[in-house]
Design a protein around this ligand. Structure first.
Ligand code: CA
Length: 449
């Protein structure tokens, strides 16, 4: 039996098509089965940001659509969701929890459905509710109060640990405690925002003293982010069995990292200035509902690993707590752009390689009574797999710079250089389901100030 968070319905029917023609392209990230939420803004001075839903290469303005076709938005639950969309962030929609969100998903799927008896009427009515995505700016869709970054890939933790502590790569707590740290929300930026090379204290192993300077080993980290839906009361933990209902949906996160700053500052309290100068998020939040057909178990743990403590263990999480999601990192240098070389795929990995599910991260985060709030961002940590091609950051991919990557055109990279553009992409595929995607999360490195 599939648990509640993996149940599918008519909105997932792979045969369903939209009268928005681009939504039926086989390689679109945004078919009618996806319907992710974001916040977009037109480029005229008077344009205001609004909540939109991606469909093919278009964005549906939720408020305008509800105004044009009120009969489809009359249900009380749908109305609550539409009211929550009348603001420039997704926080209010997130706070409502899964019921109204699911009802709104059904309403939007219905009005975009090519097989609806009144499809032609819907298409005419919604002409002004749809705008081409390339004519809009996508904003950070959420007012993020708190941001927590986990470290949930055992492959990433083992690789990084063996570089920093060759004799002691994986600390003894790793297989018991989902490791994380509190990140910084103020420097979370929208995909496409340039990333200024940060200054920091760095000290190489041969240096007598540290110096302040621009980072020489700037890196990306390919991660998955979960936005919190309704939160919990301070003091009241979210049990694992309810944790999935507190996840609004997933996005892509690039946790830009200055490795030279990090290696000098990280002990004893963990990452600080090496991580908080910029974190990029993708614009479209793929809802938990859209992910239902892609729920699978995580990759099995190694023989001899401890079983999770009871608060981190239940049958539904064990059978469906993972998401069958492929992630890809693409790199394009200035010279590659000038020579017309396409972005080069530097890694491709699977989200099922993680050691902990998102629900386990939610349950662990709140087990001490810590209160999560609507719109909080929980990031997975770098998604790395067992093979070199599946390593989700350059630190691992080039083994701390010792094995530089060869790029089209003859360049090599140990770490990022100014002008490099890093793009994260992800998609979900499963037998009997329509492929859905996450769009991209991109950023260009610009010179230190
Ligand atoms: Ca990270």
């Amino acid at each position: 039996m599939r648990p509640y968070f993996a149940e599918t319905d008519a909105t997932h029917d792979p045969a369903r098509r939209s009268w928005v023609v681009s939504a039926n392209e086989p390689d679109t990230d945004f078919p009618i089965q996806n319907l992710p939420f974001g916040v977009v803004k037109g480029r005229r001075a008077a344009d205001l940001p609004g909540v939109g839903v991606a469909i093919g290469d278009q964005v549906l303005d939720v408020a305008t659509a509800a105004g044009m076709l009120p009969d489809h938005f009359a249900d009380a639950e749908v109305k609550r969701a539409v009211d929550a969309c009348m603001q420039p962030t997704l926080n209010a929609l997130m706070a409502l929890g899964p019921g109204p969100r699911r009802a709104l998903r059904h309403a939007i799927g219905t009005i975009l459905d090519a097989a609806h008896p009144k499809a032609a009427e819907h298409e005419r009515a919604l002409a002004h509710a749809l705008v081409r995505m390339d004519r809009l700016d996508c904003l950070v869709p959420v007012r993020i109060g708190d941001y927590t970054d986990f470290y949930a890939s055992v492959h990433h933790a083992t690789n990084v640990g063996s570089m920093f502590r060759p004799d002691n790569p994986l600390l003894p707590n790793y297989k018991w405690v989902p490791i994380g740290y509190h990140g910084r929300a103020s420097s979370i930026v929208a995909s496409g925002t340039p990333v200024v090379r940060p200054h920091g204290q760095r000290k190489g192993p041969q240096d007598a003293d540290p110096v302040l300077g621009a980072s020489r080993s700037l890196d990306y980290e390919c991660e998955v982010g979960a936005f919190v839906a309704h939160g919990n009361t301070l003091g009241a933990a979210i049990p694992l069995s309810e944790a999935e209902s507190h996840v609004f949906g997933l996005c892509l996160v690039n946790d830009w990292s200055a490795r030279d700053v990090q290696s000098w500052e990280y002990q004893p309290l963990g990452p600080f200035l090496a991580k908080n100068f910029a974190t990029s998020v993708s614009p479209w939040v793929v809802t938990s509902e859209a992910l239902a057909p892609f729920r699978v178990p995580l990759a099995p743990r190694a023989d001899g690993d401890p079983s999770p403590l009871p608060y981190l263990s239940d049958a539904s999480d064990a059978s469906h707590g993972g998401v069958a999601m492929m992630l890809e990192v693409r790199l394009q240098t200035t010279r590659m752009r000038e020579a017309g070389h396409a972005p080069h795929v530097v890694s491709r990995t699977r989200f099922t390689h993680m050691y902990w599910t998102m629900a386990q991260l939610v349950a662990h985060h709140t087990v001490n009574g810590c209160n999560l709030q609507p719109g909080d961002l929980l990031a997975s940590g770098t998604v790395s797999g067992p093979t070199p091609e599946e390593r989700g950051c350059l630190l691992e991919r080039t083994w701390r710079g010792a094995e530089p990557l060869a790029l089209p055109g003859g360049e090599t990279r140990a770490f990022l250089e100014d002008g490099d553009v890093v793009t994260l992409a992800a998609w979900c595929e499963a037998e009997g389901a329509r492929r859905i995607g996450f769009g991209t999360c991109t950023g260009e490195i610009v010179a230190a100030r």
